[in-house]
Every structure is written in structure tokens, then in C-alpha cells.
Design a binder for this molecule. Structure first.
Ligand code: BES
Ligand code: MN
Length: 459
């Protein structure tokens, strides 16, 4: 006799085309959380998700307004309070599609080329939301299971989830759960599944420098008035030393060192420096001396300039001494660094290194601490076995350089650790032009989540 598990897998295989169409529909909505002009799209995406959740068999699905973008919460068995609960996390917001002219097809007109579906959010993380919902739908197509599945889909992850911790705090009962599945991390390559047990934290700043009261003729004033663009470049150039270390005072004080054991584990991952060169399209790597690329990204703190703005950047030339210069600068943090400490260090550094010729301001943007989860929890085992069944390969456990601030919040507020994975990979160009989801991996993801759910109830 065929088991429910096998029949659910069969259902997923028969519905591949429809599952891809669901992803296409979701990617079409331009849910860019940072763009006030796209506010309508946030609401529309939330409504679309609620309709979809109810259509595939969720008993309760609602939109909860917040001070920012709405949160969607749904559950399958709201009236059965005694069952174990699986909470699935997702974010339906995406990063801005810029620079637009580098896209081969339009970011919100999802297009299939070869094995991939191109569009903003296809991989990060609408693909992962759709894979989760497709798996849940496949499980629902069979007999009832003794598990209440809840979902929480937020619309502000890509801007640092400013309202989500408070939301979870005030809806603790609604979100109470036994396991949390967070598919917002990713795997290493299409043939190697991975479970993420570490994420870096983030402390993000905007630095604004004000020089003269208005833009000046660079011949009439240059050399006598300090140019804020130059001051900005000078100060940024001091943020790293010649060994690639960050120079904010005290930045490394609390950094938890890498153990020999962990370094050994890192060296086993099939991501060599050459792999990073190739995936990034650079001929040389750069970074903190004494660490490999995978260690620098997964386990060492870093500082990046995310954007610069000053003076004339249009076509042609303009001889101007700009009145203003701005930089977006972020640091990625590891355990046990504190984002508030890093903010204080950033201010301290600027006080020591900015000249009195400019006036300056700093705005603290998104942030959150790093996270290490226990890779031995039951739900991690359930996922690891599920992936092994689908890929025929034991998944690797890895630490990611990216951040998902809410994972730490959920652990703290709900008291439950997350199992973090996902079916995107480094080649997907997330946050970049021509983002795409590898569709064979999307379908393997769906099958993995089906096995994961059955493993959870059978373990
Ligand atoms: N899905 C990513 C995080 C990620 C990327 C995890 C790659 C694992 C591998 C997430 O959506 C993201 O990009 N988060 C932001 C958070 C920030 C805006 C607070 C990030 O890491 O930049
Ligand atoms: Mn994401």
C-alpha cells in the first residue's frame, strides 16, 4: 500500500507546473518594502497570500496591520490546541530591483530561461514561500496529520524587520509553536543540500557630511574649502587597516574566536577561495588576513560601504565642489558582538577621524545580533533526513554571512529555535540584477519539505 507520504510526493510531482505558476504570480507583484511608492503592492501581496492560504486548506488566514507593512498569519487547525505546532516563517518583501538597465528581462515580469525563473524575489524568498506552500498543499491533499501548521509572512525583512519583534511579542499566543522552519537561508550548490546553523548580525548606518552652505565653483573655491566628498573618502579609507581588519575602536573585543574544530569543519565545505572568485566574478579575493573566504564570510565580522552619493554623477562633466556627501555603511557581526556597541564605536571613530571642516550626522538603520542555533535539535534532524532522502546526499551544516534578524527575536520571544535552510544558492544573484530561482532545486525543496513534515510527525 502506498503511504500518505508517497502519495503527497506523487501529488507534488503531478502539480509541478501549477506550483511554478504560483511562484510566477507572486513574483509579479513588486513588493519592494523600502520604497514608499510600492506600499500598495505590499498590501496586495498580503491579500494574495491570504487568498492562496485559504484556497489550499488553511482554516484561518488574516492580515495584521503594523506600523509598517502588514503581517500575514495563518493556521490549519485553530481549534485544536493540543497538537504540536510547526511555524513556517517567510518574508514576502523584496529588495529594490535597481539597477534596472542591467536586467535581461523585467524584474517583475518573471521569465523562464533554461532551468531558471528570473525575477526580483524569485529566490529571496518568494521561491521559498511558494515551495513551503506547495509542500503543505501536497500534504493536505492526503489524510489529516496530527500537526497544526502555522505560517507567519512578514513584509519588512529586507529593511531589518523593524516592527516584527513587537508583533511577535503582542501575538505570542497566536504564534506559539513547537518547531520553527525558516527557509530564508540557502544551500551551497544545486547538488549539495545544506542546513544553516549560524547567521551574522547587522549594524547599518547612514553617514551624512555637510560642507559649504551650497555647491561651489570648484575653481573658485577648490583647495580653500574642504570638499565633503574628499572627506568622506578619507574617513572611509581609514575604516580598514592594511591587514583588512576593521578599525572601529573595540570592534573585535567581544568577537567569539573560531575554534580549531570549527575551522576544520569550515575547511570541509566544498567552497574554496576559487569558488568565491568564480561566483563573484573577480580575479582576486580580499579580506582579513589569516582567514579563508568561507571563514571571513561565515564567522568573522566585516564592514562594507553599501552606497556613496556626492556631487555630479550625470553625463558629461561639471566643475563643482559639492556641499554634501553621503555614505551607507554596514557592519556584519558575529557572536557576541552587540549592534548598539558597534553604533557607539562607529560614532567614536567618526569623532576621532572627521575634521572640523565638515558638519556630520549619523542615522542608525536596521540591525540585530548574530545567531548560532543548535544543529542537533529534532527539527534539524527531521530536515537533514528529508534532504538526504531527496538528494541522496547528507546535507552539510554551514554558517551564513547574511542576516535574518527575526530568527534571534523568535528564539528569544517564543523560546523556540529555528531550523534554517532554503532552496536558493549563491548563483541566484539575490539583491542583484537578474535574480533567479533554479527550478529543479525548487521542486527538490518542495519534496524535502513534504518529507520534513512527515518526519516531524513520525519521529
Ligand atoms: N535571505 C537573506 C539572508 C541570507 C542571504 C541568508 C544569503 C543566507 C544566505 C535575507 O533576505 C536578507 O538579505 N537579509 C538582509 C537583512 C538585512 C536587510 C537586515 C541581509 O542579510 O542583508
Ligand atoms: Mn530573504
Amino acid at each position: 500500500m502506498t503511504s500518505n507520504r508517497e502519495k503527497a510526493i506523487q501529488f507534488a510531482r503531478e502539480n509541478k507546473v501549477r506550483f511554478e505558476e504560483n511562484l510566477i504570480e507572486l513574483v509579479k507583484i513588486p513588493s519592494v518594502s523600502t520604497d514608499p511608492e510600492q506600499k500598495w503592492a505590499m498590501q496586495q501581496t498580503a491579500e494574495h497570500l491570504v487568498r492562496h492560504l485559504l484556497a489550499i486548506g488553511f482554516k484561518q488566514a488574516e492580515i495584521y496591520p503594523t506600523e509598517g507593512h502588514p503581517v500575514v498569519v495563518a493556521q490549519t487547525k485553530p481549534d485544536e490546541k493540543k497538537l504540536p505546532v510547526l511555524l513556517v516563517y517567510g518574508h514576502y518583501d523584496v529588495q529594490p530591483p535597481d539597477p534596472l538597465d542591467l536586467w535581461k528581462s523585467k524584474p517583475f515580469e518573471p521569465t523562464r530561461r533554461g532551468d531558471r525563473l528570473y525575477g526580483r524575489g524569485a529566490s529571496d524568498m518568494k521561491g521559498q514561500i511558494c515551495a513551503s506552500l506547495a509542500a503543505i498543499e501536497s500534504v493536505f491533499s492526503q489524510n489529516e496529520i496530527p500537526l497544526n501548521i502555522k505560517v507567519i509572512f512578514e513584509g519588512e525583512e529586507e529593511i531589518g524587520s523593524p516592527n516584527l519583534a513587537k508583533f511577535i511579542e503582542t501575538h505570542k499566543e497566536l504564534l506559539s509553536c513547537t518547531y520553527i522552519f525558516n527557509p530564508d537561508a540557502g544551500l551551497i550548490s544545486a547538488d549539495l543540500p545544506a542546513i544553516t546553523y549560524g547567521l551574522r548580525g547587522l549594524a547599518y548606518f547612514e553617514l551624512r557630511l555637510y560642507g559649504p552652505s551650497h555647491d561651489l565653483h570648484s575653481g573658485g573655491f577648490g583647495g580653500a574649502v574642504h570638499n565633503p566628498a574628499q572627506v568622506l573618502c578619507d574617513v572611509i579609507s581609514k575604516m580598514h587597516d592594511s591587514k583588512g581588519r576593521v578599525t572601529l575602536p573595540g570592534f573585535y573585543d567581544k568577537v567569539r574566536p573560531l575554534s580549531d574544530e570549527e575551522r576544520k569543519e569550515f575547511s570541509r565545505l566544498p567552497v574554496t577561495d576559487d569558488y568565491y572568485k568564480q561566483t563573484a566574478g573577480v580575479s582576486e579575493l580580499w579580506g582579513e588576513e589569516g582567514y579563508t573566504a568561507v571563514e571571513r564570510i561565515g564567522a568573522r565580522p566585516t564592514l562594507e560601504v553599501n552606497g556613496l552619493l556626492s556631487g555630479f554623477t550625470g553625463n558629461g562633466s561639471k566643475t563643482v565642489l559639492p556641499a554634501y556627501a553621503m555614505a551607507k555603511i554596514s557592519t556584519r557581526l558575529v557572536p557576541d558582538q552587540d549592534p548598539d556597541d558597534v553604533y557607539a564605536q562607529f560614532i567614536e571613530f567618526l569623532k576621532d577621524n572627521l575634521p572640523p571642516t565638515v558638519r556630520w550626522e549619523v542615522t542608525k538603520m536596521s540591525g540585530g545580533p548574530a545567531l548560532l542555533t543548535n544543529p542537533h535539535i529534532l527539527e534539524a534532524k527531521a530536515m537533514s533526513r528529508a534532504m538526504e532522502t531527496v538528494w541522496g546526499v547528507t546535507p552539510v551544516f554551514k554558517r551564513e554571512g547574511g542576516s535574518i534578524p527575526v530568527a534571534a527575536d523568535m528564539h528569544e520571544i517564543l523560546g523556540v529555535e529555528s531550523v534554517l535552510t532554503g532552496f536558493g544558492m549563491p548563483e541566484d544573484a539575490i539583491h542583484s540584477p537578474n535574480e533567479s530561482q533554479h527550478l529543479p532545486t525548487f521542486h527538490r525543496g518542495i519534496e524535502s519539505i513534504i518529507h520534513f513534515i512527515y518526519n516531524l510527525i513520525e519521529m
